[in-house]
Each structure stands twice: as C-alpha cells, then as structure tokens.
Design a protein around this ligand. Structure first.
Ligand SMILES: C[S@@+](CC[C@H](N)C(=O)[O-])C[C@H]1O[C@@H](n2cnc3c(N)ncnc32)[C@H](O)[C@@H]1O
Length: 223
C-alpha cells in the first residue's frame, strides 16, 4: 500500500461520521446522487456495483433503481466508511444490498454486471484510466457512470474555484500542510479528466453533464 493510500484510508476512517453528514445533507447532493443513479439506465432486477461506496450515500438511490429483486454491491477499502454504510443497510433492512471490503481498482466482484457507479473516487486513484477500463470490462453490456469535482474552466467560476482550491488543500492528508507539490487540485483535475477520457474511449454512447459552474461533472457511458 502506498503512503498516499494509507493516508487516505486513515483520513476517511477517522472522519467517516462527519463525511456521512456532508455526503447526505449538503444542499443539492441528494438530487445529484439521484441523477447519477438514473443515468445508469438500470432496470428492475439488475445488478449494480458502486466503487468506493463510502458511507453509502448513493445506496438508497441505487436500490430504488434496481428494486427489491435487484442487487446492489458497494465496494470500499476504508472500514470506518463501510461501517457507516453497513449501519444504513441494517437500519433499512435491505437484504439485497451487499458491502464488500476491497480495492475498487481490482474489485472482488465477478461480472458481468449491469452498471458501475463511482462518485468522488476517480480523483483518489493513482491510475484512474486503468481502473475505469476494468470497470468497463465488468459492465461489458452495461453502463458506467462517474461523478467527480474538479476546477472549472469557466471564467465565471473563479470565486468557486478559489473556494474549491482551499477545500482540497484543507482536506488532503496530512491536513496540516498548506503547500503541496503538485497542488492537490491540479492532481485531482488530471485524474478526473483521465478517468472521464478512459470512459469516453470505451463507450458506444455517452452522456455528459456539468453543475456548479462546471465544477461537478457527471459522465456516463454505455458499453
Ligand atoms: C470521497 S469518498 C466518496 C464516497 C462515496 N462514493 C460518496 O459519493 O459519498 C471516497 C471513497 O472512496 C474510497 N476509495 C478510494 N479509493 C479506493 C480504492 N482503490 N478502493 C476502494 N475504495 C476506495 C474511500 O475509502 C472513500 O470511502
């Protein structure tokens, strides 16, 4: 495990409870998660895998799409995050939502599956293009949807970009550093764009949306 991976896992493990509140209740985030789940174009009874499912904020939307006879699998490598997700699944009594502790870049899931979702994960991967390629192989006749945040190119987004830069620096482990080389927002954008390009390369049909002045990007591809 690289130092970066260990630091990320320790960070998310420590802040899982707080992360869950943000991931669930920030205004607009529920609507974005619903949109991402719908963009998978799933049918009732389908199987969908969420890579880096975190505390499970997408699980209600995914389960709604596949219904009680479908299957939802969440994969994450941070136990603290998965514990929160497990609490949600237990509280709701969902027998068809399964949580797996594992690496999303080599997911312990056998396909084919109907959909793969990854929200706010690509920016954490050392080789996002390779990971997305593997996800496309898993959803060989299905759909892959990515949702990520990165600096926007839109001139009107300058104030939001400034806020975003500050937030990425403050949330990058170890959080007490103020200078990073390369800056985390540049690395994040590079990775998010690499993931998106890998998906667009593999997709027979694709769909792109941007929100919050271009900072939030949703990319969907049908294999
Ligand atoms: C920013 S959180 C996003 C969580 C969730 N997808 C959401 O939208 O709220 C990133 C999550 O991805 C997980 N993650 C990052 N890289 C991973 C990998 N290679 N394998 C499994 N989980 C990973 C982290 O543990 C963390 O829970």
């Amino acid at each position: 495990m690289s130092d970066g991976t260990a630091a990320a896992r320790a960070f998310y493990g420590r802040w899982a409870g707080l992360y869950d509140l943000v991931a669930t209740y920030v205004p607009g985030v529920g609507e974005l998660r619903d949109r991402a789940a719908r963009a998978l174009a799933l049918d009732r009874g389908d199987t969908v895998v969420e890579m880096g499912c975190g505390t499970g904020a997408n699980l209600p939307y995914l389960r709604e799409q596949v219904g009680p006879d479908g299957t939802v699998v969440g994969v994450d490598y941070t136990r603290g995050m998965l514990d929160q997700a497990r609490g949600l699944v237990d509280r709701r009594g969902w027998g068809n939502v399964h949580l797996v502790h594992g690496d999303a870049t080599a997911p312990p899931v056998s396909g084919p599956v109907d959909g793969v979702l990854a929200t706010f994960v690509s920016g954490m991967l050392a080789d996002p293009a390779a990971a997305v390629d593997g996800w496309c192989d898993l959803a060989t006749d299905g759909t892959v949807v990515l949702v990520d945040m990165a600096l926007s190119d839109e001139p009107v987004a300058a104030p939001v970009n400034a806020l975003f830069r500050a937030l990425t620096v403050l949330s990058t482990p170890p959080t007490h550093k103020l200078r990073y080389d390369p800056p985390p927002h540049d690395l994040l954008r590079e990775r998010v764009e690499s993931a998106r390009d890998a998906l667009l390369d593999r997709a027979q049909a694709s769909h792109r949306e941007e929100r919050v002045l271009g900072i939030v990007r949703l990319t969907g591809g049908r294999m």
